[in-house]
Write a protein that binds this ligand. Sequence first.
Ligand code: C5P
Length: 234
Amino acid sequence: MNASSLLTPHSSPEIPVIAIDGPSASGKGTVAALVAKELGFHYLDSGAIYRVTALAALRAGIALDDEAALARLAGHLDVRFDNGEIWLGGEKAGEDVRSEASGNAASRIASLPSLRQALLEFQRSFRTAPGLVADGRDMGSVVFPDATLKIFLTASAGIRAERRYKQLMEKGMHANLSQILQDIQQRDARDSARSVAPLQKFADAHLLDTSTLNIAEAVNEVLAHYRDSVRQAS
Ligand code: C5P
């Protein structure tokens, strides 16, 4: 299987999708959730799907390079998103999904083509009326290639590391800035270098560099681009 075989048609092209892709800790999750709230759209955190799959694999003792077993697990995942809570096998997955361990494990299993294929329809099932804001690495390129608007949201690795460091400190968690920067750089390299659905800005995506923007400014930029797209389409 290759990346092009993932470009299968999806079911609801009439429902608008805003695809926001970008690297770890760029703030895309926060921006995407606020854009969704502003428009009354649903929100898909695709990173959480990869994280919860990784967590399920760690719990089941499946090796992170056992592609066949991971794809089987992903195809039968008992996961539910409910009001910002993630349920795995009938239990709240809680903070474990957000841990650096789950993030790193997610980034490793995310390079496996059959695992990505197994998660494709699940991600597309979030496309329901009145619309969807989807955040990830391949939302505009693979999962929703006909998205109404595609944004590539990024910031320098140094700024992203500082933001993550502040977040962890605010939660009273132990954090080491240089370790965080190293993790972010490693994850970027792995996400960008993989052969299937690599992290990259495609020509049809708008680049939004938030290094010097606050969250409200970034949200307003996305909303302005969305209004332009809707105007141009009508
Ligand atoms: O966005 P977040 O950092 O939570 O994602 C965790 C990992 O899941 C990423 O490092 C990436 O490897 C993977 N991922 C992906 N495709 C997506 C979303 C996340 O490969 N659409």
